[in-house]
Design a protein around this ligand. Structure first.
Ligand code: GLN
Length: 514
């Protein structure tokens, strides 16, 4: 399938994935590559445009992340962002050095609205800046097309060579007209048609999977999460009964969640596949007995999960394909795509699990960002409550219970969390807050109920807003919503007599509460 493609060259900036996401929001397909990628390889990819990201280095320092001069002679439009802009100027004969005044935060930029890059952008526009260095002198033939009070060259262009550079970050939402600027680049300047759409992606993928699988047998581990659900439905549409989905219910899911998964994928659901639900909660609770340390809990749950899955897979026998719900950020963060250092090691990227007998792996969502996975899910007709399910860790409630996990504590946190979610939905906050959940602390304290002394557990409510889940702020929930949730939890959940709200951001906290 040929489609217009823009490539993002990653210099290690923290927003590199955002750049690619914003480009895709303009309906243009986009991939991220390290700055170390060979120029010939880039040429072979025939991109319609190239975007250079920001980065932590100073381009004039020995050993800084660099690029070949030839990158700017391919005849392909290039847009440099922040570090990428500085590097372009540095390589092409301008002068970059430490700025007399560093800029950080939202800054008013004055742009030349007559140039294509800033078509339909306001002359005074708020942009996000984050730099210590600045472009003191642009490279020859470049014309300055934006400035701020402290930054004389905030954007420049060399139209003949199709080169563009901006000091600010259009990919960050604080840059009010950032998407418009990126759209001007990919559509107006690169001439991309904007045909990257989920309906086409889904239809093409289903066709391609059908061709690849032929008459083969396919096995998929379902967690009930968005990624594995979307992958499973895509496979079900493509190969129907040749697919077996194994759903390991570890008893650490949110209230009713196991049944909800069964409703969609089980025999009474709309798909024609083999569905195996393993109710393994006793096994998991048994293994978790007496364990308090969160990392240890994670490990135990992960290992037990594999063991249960393995046992089921053995019953099924050899299969031809194993499905995994890998998505693009997993690929990039594993260091396979971009540059920004390996953030997490994903066991499911690159390495193949050795505990199931299969020939090949299928990763139908490997090119997609999370929001695109959701769109694909909607295209496939998956119910909203699954598609917009909040991020939920693999070890589930096992790590939302501080200290030892018991069946009784799982019940408490399930009930409390269900009340919290119900009230958030009623208040219309369920989609606007990034992530929220209830956790059970390991603290008991004295309370009074019906004139009687209680000595019971405290539930902690967490709600955060985040763009990228790397950093987060505690959400300022309306007091009346918190009050209602607190009183319902204390009234309805046995052995909980206190509700606390977690006001900590990330850092120094984490989004989870374990
Ligand atoms: N490290 C460069 C500077 O400080 C670029 C920063 C960036 O790309 N955000 O100016």
């Amino acid at each position: 399938m040929s489609r217009d493609k823009v490539i993002v060259i990653d210099f290690g900036g923290q927003y590199n994935q955002l750049v690619a996401r914003r480009v895709r929001e303009c309906n243009v397909y986009c991939e991220i590559y390290s700055y170390k990628t060979d120029l010939n390889k880039i040429r072979e990819m025939k991109p319609k445009g190239i975007i250079l990201t920001g980065g932590p280095d100073s381009c004039y320092v020995e050993g800084a992340a660099g690029c070949e001069k030839g990158l700017f002679d391919l005849g392909i439009p290039v847009l440099g962002l922040c570090y990428g802009a500085q590097l372009m100027m540095h390589v092409l004969g301008g002068h970059v050095c430490k700025a007399p005044v560093r800029e950080y935060g939202k800054i008013e930029v004055i742009v030349d609205t007559s140039v294509p890059l800033f078509a339909n952008v306001s002359e005074h526009t708020i942009c996000w800046m984050s730099h210590n260095d600045y472009i003191e002198r642009t490279a020859p033939e470049f014309q300055i097309i934006a400035h701020t009070d402290n930054c004389p060259a905030a954007a420049m262009q060399c139209v003949n060579r199709k080169l563009y550079a901006i000091q600010f970050h259009p990919e960050v939402l604080h840059t009010v007209e950032g998407t418009k600027i990126l759209s001007n680049f990919v559509h107006g300047i690169c001439g991309c048609t904007g045909d990257w759409r989920m309906d086409a992606f889904v239809a093409n993928s289903v066709k391609a999977i059908r061709q690849k699988v032929g008459k083969g047998k396919v096995l998929c581990a379902l967690s009930g999460g968005v990624d594995s659900s979307v992958a499973a439905v895509m496979l079900a549409k493509a190969v129907g009964e040749q697919l077996t989905c194994v759903f390991v219910d570890h008893g650490l899911l949110r209230k009713n969640e196991g049944d909800e998964v069964e409703e969609v994928f089980g025999p009474s659901g709309p798909y024609n596949l083999n569905f195996v639900r393993v109710n393994a909660k006793e096994r998991f609770y048994e293994k978790l007995k007496g364990i308090e340390e969160p990392e240890q809990k994670r490990k135990i749950i992960g290992e037990e999960f594999i063991r249960v899955f393995e046992e089921e897979a053995k019953k099924i026998g050899a299969v031809d394909f194993l499905v995994q719900g890998t998505i693009y950020p997993d690929v990039v963060e594993s260091g396979l795509g971009g540059e920004s250092s390996v953030i997490k090691s994903h066991h499911n990227v690159g390495g193949l699990p050795d505990y199931v007998d299969f020939k090949e792996i299928i990763e139908p969502l490997r090119d997609l960002f999370k929001d695109e996975v959701r769109q694909a899910g909607l295209e496939l007709g998956i119910p909203n409550r699954l598609v917009f399910r909040q991020p939920f860790p693999g070890p589930g409630l096992g790590i939302r219970i501080v200290g030892e996990v018991t069946a009784e504590k799982v019940r408490m946190v399930q009930e409390a969390d269900a009340i919290y979610r119900e009230e958030m939905a009623k208040a219309g906050l369920d989609r606007s807050v990034g992530q929220y959940f209830a956790a059970l602390t390991n603290m008991r304290s004295v309370g009074v109920m019906g004139d009687e002394r209680t000595y019971d557990y405290a539930v902690a409510l967490r709600a955060v807003n985040t763009v990228d889940f790397m950093t987060a702020e505690a959400a300022e929930l309306p007091w009346e919503v918190l009050g209602r949730v607190a009183s319902r939890i204390v009234n309805e959940v046995e052995h909980v007599n206190r509700v606390l709200y977690d006001c900590t951001g990330k850092p120094p906290g984490t989004i989870e509460f374990e």
